[in-house]
Design a protein around this ligand. Structure first.
Ligand SMILES: [Zn+2]
Length: 127
C-alpha cells in the first residue's frame, strides 16, 4: 500500500511525484517553521519542476480544508468517544490539534495537490 509507485507513498513521504526518489522539501522536519514550506525548484533526480505554473501551490488551500477536517474529526472522536470529555474540552482539543498539526496539514495538502497533476513514471526512478 505504501510502496514506491503509489500516490500514497509520494503524499505521505513528500517525495517527488514523478520519480519518488527525492524529498520535495528542503528540510524534512516540518516543525522548523521558517522552512516548513520551502521547496526545491526541481527534482535533482528527474529534473521535474515542482511549481508547474506561477502560484501553483495556492491551489493546495482547497486541499488543506478537507485535510484539516480529517484531523479535527480524529481529534473529536478520540476526545469525545475515547476520553468522554466535555464539549468544552473537545472543542479545545480540536483547536489544539489543528494548531499543533498545522505544518503537517500544510505539507500534506501540497503533496496531495501536486499529485493531482503529476503521476509516477517508472522510467524516471533510480535503477
Ligand atoms: Zn523526481
Amino acid at each position: 500500500m505504501f510502496k514506491k509507485g503509489t500516490k500514497l507513498y509520494s503524499i505521505l513521504t513528500g517525495t517527488c511525484p514523478k520519480c519518488h526518489e527525492e524529498s520535495m522539501f528542503k528540510n524534512k522536519n516540518p516543525y522548523i517553521l521558517s522552512e516548513a514550506l520551502s521547496m526545491h525548484e526541481h527534482c535533482s533526480n528527474c529534473k521535474t519542476k515542482y511549481k508547474i505554473e506561477p502560484s501553483f501551490f495556492y491551489g493546495s488551500m482547497y486541499v488543506s480544508y478537507p485535510v484539516g477536517i480529517a484531523f479535527a474529526t480524529v481529534a473529536f472522536v478520540i476526545s469525545f468517544f475515547v476520553f468522554n470529555a466535555s464539549i468544552h474540552i473537545v472543542f479545545t482539543s480540536i483547536i489544539a490539534t489543528l494548531i499543533v498539526c498545522m505544518p503537517i496539514i500544510l505539507r500534506l495538502s501540497r503533496n496531495i495537490w501536486i499529485n493531482f497533476f503529476m503521476h509516477y513514471d517508472k522510467s524516471l526512478a533510480k535503477k
